[in-house]
Design a protein around this ligand. Structure first.
Ligand code: ATP
Length: 259
């Protein structure tokens, strides 16, 4: 993206002339305090929000120039989305939820569990095995814990056969153990399939543990963009201070360490 800006109709400038290149196969974590522009960036990258100005291309396509429904759904099919709230269909089985992941490439009729082809059902069972949930394929999605629901949501995403994964706070609703398991799973799936992985996280320790590169946003601008091994804790500390606090620290000549 080159000089990408996003101004909402109420005048809020959420992204200010962002210049970013994310390379195939990279695992990038986007950090920043509330209101820094992370979700706006996520929505622009996934084509749910149009940019106001600048140049944005993903895998050779500019999402805001895809006018036809078919083009937009082909673009979105390449992006596996993972959210904080798993968006499973609660009153359906785990297997049916996973089958829905094939919807971008199969008709609705073909992904309905009772009449789905054996090949599709086998593929869905393999996806469930990959996330360690094959034993609950016949259970209702509403019977699962949060961590289990996220695993099923990831299996559904595997069915989609995406070229990249974008995750918006994928572990924000989970306890630390389940959160780490989900991050392990996402990172290993990306490595196995050489998928680009962009995640928005709130936990700096998880970002340092699982990310390869951290992009820190502050008031719609890139304040930090470095490979993880080169990041100082003080830089993350500064990212999470308000702009007023940053000014005050600079005036006092104090550098903060540790978060
Ligand atoms: N639909 C909208 N209309 C107007 N302003 C918006 C809209 N969505 C977000 N904003 C504003 O844009 C700025 C960036 O918001 P955004 O949600 O992208 O930040 P964020 O970093 O994701 O925050 P959080 O961590 O709280 O989710 C904020 O000032 C927010 O109030």
């Amino acid at each position: 993206m080159h000089e990408v800006s996003k101004v909402y109709p109420n005048g809020t400038e959420a992204l200010k002339a962002l210049d970013l290149t994310i390379y195939p196969g990279e695992h990038v974590v986007i950090l920043g305090h509330n209101g820094s522009g992370k979700s706006t960036l996520f929505r622009c990258l996934t084509g749910f929000e149009n940019i106001t100005s600048g140049f944005l291309e993903i895998d050779g396509k500019n999402p805001s120039q895809l006018k036809k429904r078919k083009e937009r759904s082909a673009f979105r099919r390449n992006i596996g989305l993972v959210f904080q709230h798993y968006h499973l269909t609660q009153n359906l089985s785990v297997l049916q939820n996973v089958l829905f992941g094939a919807l971008g490439r199969q008709s609705f009729r073909k992904v309905c569990a009772p009449i789905a082809s054996l090949a599709l059902r086998n593929e869905a069972m393999e996806a469930l095995e990959r996330v360690g949930m094959e034993s609950v394929a016949g259970n209702g999605a509403d019977e699962l814990s949060g961590g289990q629901k996220q695993r099923v949501a990831i299996a559904r995403m595997i069915m989609q056969r995406p070229r990249m994964i974008m995750a918006d706070e994928p572990i924000a609703s989970l306890d630390p153990k389940a959160g780490k398991e989900i991050m392990d799973l996402l990172v290993s799936i990306c490595k196995e399939n050489q998928l680009t992985f962009i995640s928005i996280l709130h936990q700096t320790d998880i970002a340092l543990q699982y990310g390869e590169r951290i992009i820190g946003l502050n008031q719609g601008e890139v304040q930090l963009d470095k490979p993880v091994p080169f990041i100082q804790r003080s830089e993350l500390h500064e990212l999470y201070m308000s702009s007023q606090e940053q000014k005050e620290e600079r005036l006092e000549g104090v550098v903060g360490y540790g978060i």
